[in-house]
Design a protein around this ligand. Structure first.
Ligand code: NAD
Length: 497
């Protein structure tokens, strides 16, 4: 058949089992495409462990960045990240470099895959914010033994991802969007996310919108997963509940995902490099093959996506080629399981077949276009974000092994004419002027100084002079200005304040 359409795609095989699942997926795609008059121009690129070993501390070399800038589409295997030390995750670097803010992870009951929830009709999509939150990766040691990470949530970022979730629900013919947050505890960060979910929900009146606290989402997902349709969450929560969701429908061997930005998309399995299986040709390649169907839809190859998805479903349904993880769950002989390459062969042989016990891909509502449309924060809101605040005080984070009463007395005496020491807290709980009944010192305190006069707008000199005086008593580690926008305070009270 003559080639009608060509697509350039950056292919990153990745680490561990990555090259095996990437090759399996590439073979399936090439076979399906050839039959449909489509061709892929694969640009193979490196990222991850091997790149770190060569001394590139970003894990994503310039050639790989250039390739993605050219193709705007990448299919990638998992990348290894040292845990707890060493280089930053090359995965996160890739997602952040290309601002792929939307991570989409579907979890749907699959034929032939044994689970505890068989027959309940699980069919949900977790939409995870992908570039903010604790994954901003801004961490500091406050003392040698007290570490802190910044949880960064912006209104623009929340709007982008939550609007994306509502739009995805519309495009996929879904009915309900659940915003999941921890707004009961984290009033500003998660509270902002919840608020945006509620505000945008009013715009999408044809969809049912609700909010659930994230821990309840975890509980409900295990108890009654079929109630969920689209769930949108901040980065870390989305990471955890999407793994939970994949566990409901067969585990990591089946969990596909896509990372969408404005104009760039990266498709990958949810699973990691599974090093103990690397090079053994035993891992299940379904997750990456299903991720590649999301890529095909993104490229506008909807029919081809349906063909590949149906071939995977038909293969699993037939039960003749079962990867090791399925055989293990069935309690069968893993030695007799189908290899990674063997599963790809079986899918290739099934191209053109459709499943009979679950809806075929083509019979499901067809996502028309998964690219988000941009209509972000209003100009007025942006202006509010960068200006218009009065400075009414200072939080000083400082190191001290002194007793709170002693520290309080010393810092009060240093507050000066314009400021007063309002409170001192440890781990977020007030320890001065009221003593906490059970106080376990860490060596780090936060002292809050507030302006004495109503309506003050404190100049930097006042704050810096205070910091200099305090430095004579205890080394301060960082400063946080306390600001108000009109009557809206930009800081929370400490526990017990
Ligand atoms: P992992 O997902 O690599 O493996 C955990 C276990 O899940 C495996 O031991 C295996 O039992 C099972 N599993 C994973 N993929 C499977 C598949 N395709 N088929 C069948 N079973 C499968 O998680 P890990 O061991 O925590 O992480 C290993 C490395 O991968 C780490 O360096 C981690 O940082 C990295 N990682 C990368 C990504 C990514 O690239 N997106 C995601 C997660 C972890």
């Amino acid at each position: 058949m003559t080639t009608l359409r060509r697509h350039a795609v950056t292919l990153i095989p990745g680490d561990g089992v990555g090259p095996e699942v990437a090759l399996a997926t590439k073979r399936v795609l090439d076979a399906a495409a050839a039959a449909a008059g489509v061709a892929f121009d694969w640009e193979e690129a490196e990222a991850g462990a091997e790149v770190f070993k060569k001394g590139d501390t970003s894990g994503v070399p310039a050639a790989t960045r250039d390739s993605i800038e050219r193709t705007r589409v990448a299919l990638k295997g998992p990348l290894e990240t040292p845990v707890g030390f060493g280089e930053k995750s090359a995965n996160v670097t890739l997602r952040k470099l290309f601002e792929t803010y939307a991570n989409v992870r579907p979890a749907r009951e699959l034929p032939g895959v044994p689970t505890r929830y068989k027959g309940e009709g699980i069919d949900m999509v977790i939409v995870r914010e992908n570039v903010e939150d604790l994954y901003a990766g801004i961490e500091h040691l406050q003392t040698h033994d007290v570490a802190q990470a910044v949880k960064l949530i912006s209104r623009t970022g929340s709007e982008k991802i939550i609007r994306f979730a509502y739009e995805l629900a519309l495009r996929e013919g879904r009915h309900k969007v659940t915003t999941a947050s921890k707004a009961n505890i984290l009033k500003f960060t998660e509270g902002l996310f919840k608020q945006v979910g509620e505000d945008l929900g009013k715009e999408y009146s044809s969809l049912e919108a609700n909010h659930l606290i994230i821990d309840n989402v975890a509980h409900q997902m295990v108890k009654d997963p079929a109630q969920f349709d689209v769930v949108v969450a901040t980065n870390l929560h989305g990471d955890i509940i999407s793994d939970l969701a994949s566990g409901l429908v067969g585990g990591l061997g089946f969990a596909s995902s896509a990372n969408y930005g404005d104009g760039v998309a990266i498709f990958e399995a949810v699973h990691g490099s599974a090093p103990k299986y690397a090079g053994k040709n035993v891992i299940n390649p379904t997750a990456l093959i299903l991720s590649s169907t999301m890529m095909l839809r993104h490229l506008g190859e909807t029919d081809l996506a349906d063909v590949v998805e149906d071939a995977v479903l038909a293969t699993l349904e037939a039960g003749k080629a079962l990867p090791q993880d399925v055989v293990r769950q069935q309690g069968g002989d893993v030695e007799a399981a189908t290899s990674t390459s063997g599963f790809a062969d079986a899918v290739i042989q099934s191209l053109g077949s459709r499943p009979t016990t679950v809806p075929a891909a083509a019979s499901r509502p067809r996502p028309i276009d998964v690219k988000p449309h941009a209509r972000w924060t209003s100009g007025e809101a942006r202006e509010r974000e960068v200006g218009g605040a009065r400075v009414v005080g200072l939080d000083l984070f400082l190191q001290s092994l002194a007793a709170p009463a002693e520290l309080g007395a010393k810092l009060s005496a240093l507050a000066g004419q314009e400021l007063t020491l309002k409170m001192i807290e440890s781990k977020g709980t007030v320890v001065w002027p009221n003593a906490a009944p059970a106080f376990d010192p860490t060596g780090l305190f936060r002292a809050r100084f507030l302006a004495r006069a109503e309506g003050s707008d404190l100049p930097d000199e006042t704050l810096l002079a205070l910091a200099a005086r305090v430095a004579g008593v205890a080394p301060w580690v960082h400063l946080e200005k306390l600001r108000v926008w009109g009557s809206e305070e930009g800081f929370t009270r400490a526990q017990g304040e």
